[in-house]
Write a new protein. Structure first.
Length: 146
């Protein structure tokens, strides 16, 4: 059954997922006021594509807000994810809508895998995502050589 699920899930994807792992900070974002609704929390961004990623986290409750209770007028929780710059500059932000989540089945420092879809990424944000993937793949290749 799992093989069938994996096969069907693979068919839906138009953009490849890249096996990166980068520490990020995120908060619940109020789309009406364009301000954070919560304090920042820490997580790890993995399986990145230009359309979405997997956010690994331990926090589903942030203050009085829950990640899966809708606060967006269109009915989806929106996060602002701050991602470290690939060139060592200041972090940059991208908005993401929560699609679903699973309890992490493997031994991981994070309890939950939250699937997110980026909200209308700009050309600059897509370039930053591509730079992140490129820098992570170069770092992993250099690590294997040593």
């Amino acid at each position: 059954m799992k093989a069938l699920k994996d096969f069907l899930r693979g068919e839906r994807r138009r953009y490849p997922r890249h096996p990166v792992c980068t520490e990020v900070e995120y908060c619940i974002w109020d789309t009406a006021t364009r301000r954070p609704r919560t304090e920042k929390a820490k997580g790890c961004l993995t399986a990145v594509s230009i359309k979405g990623a997997c956010l690994q986290t331990n926090q589903l409750q942030m203050g009085t807000h829950h990640l899966f209770l809708d606060n967006d007028p269109r009915g989806r929780t929106v996060l602002m994810i701050e991602i470290p710059s690939a060139d060592g500059g200041p972090p940059w932000g991208i908005q993401a809508r929560i699609i679903s989540y699973d309890k992490s089945p493997r031994h991981s420092p994070y309890q939950f895998d939250v699937r997110v879809q980026f909200v209308n990424p700009t050309a600059a944000e897509i370039k930053n995502l591509e730079d992140l993937v490129r820098s992570q793949s170069l770092a992993s290749r250099e690590g294997k050589k040593e």
